[in-house]
Design a protein around this ligand. Sequence first.
Ligand SMILES: C[S@@+](CC[C@H](N)C(=O)[O-])C[C@H]1O[C@@H](n2cnc3c(N)ncnc32)[C@H](O)[C@@H]1O
Length: 245
Amino acid sequence: MTEPVRFYDRKDETAIIREWDSIAPIRDRQVASHQDASYERVLEPWILGRVDRSTAHSIVDVGCGTGRLTSKLRLRADETVGIDPSAVSIRLARAHDDATRFDIATAEDWVRCDSEARFDLAVANMVLMDALDLDGIVGALATLARGGGVLATIAHPAFWPIYWDYAGSDGFSYLDETVVETPFRTSSKSYGLVATHVHRPIETYLSSFNRHGLVVTAFEELRGPESIEKFPYPRFIGIEASVLP
Ligand SMILES: C[S@@+](CC[C@H](N)C(=O)[O-])C[C@H]1O[C@@H](n2cnc3c(N)ncnc32)[C@H](O)[C@@H]1O
């Protein structure tokens, strides 16, 4: 039986963090055992390729999850910090990497606690569509990387709903911001867990970047690792921005 996708106007942040806590061990195993082809073949190479071309000495990985990417960023910078509100994710990150600083917090709360902190680069891999308050997290990125740069990937809002087969569902409209709850499953297994993201049209992301002084310098639509026959459209967007001082 196919589990349903559910739409909400709002959802509680604590409930969503609990979802990430439940999913984290499974996601971490997938990434560590090279079973997440989108992460391994599309997202990580896009981020690391851009980092390798940058001159960043300090990097903050916002929404670092279980820190697999953060550990690779640490090899490329003098100072690296990973931030995520999911305590289970951070516990896993610390367990496999005790040389990197990992903190349990949303980006917004972390900035409120240390408003002086500044990094040359803020990375947010597949995070912005998972944050309930887009302006909040983009404002935090702008503060953390003032005068520096931001590298973010997001699920492509135009094609993700087609890929996950909810574009034509009642309750979904491309131009409306909508909280979307989907079953969390891998290609081989269903776990009875859910994952939540917020659908927003592309213009909402670009307006938020504009409001917070993020000037987009690259905007790349990225296909997933699947064949064109399986899915012909780009499923991700990679965005590079410079941040006003
Ligand atoms: C899809 S996971 C991506 C994890 C990691 N970046 C990776 O590449 O594997 C999204 C992560 O964003 C985190 N997140 C959601 N809202 C956040 C916020 N406001 N500040 C920081 N992290 C947030 C979640 O806890 C979750 O771990």
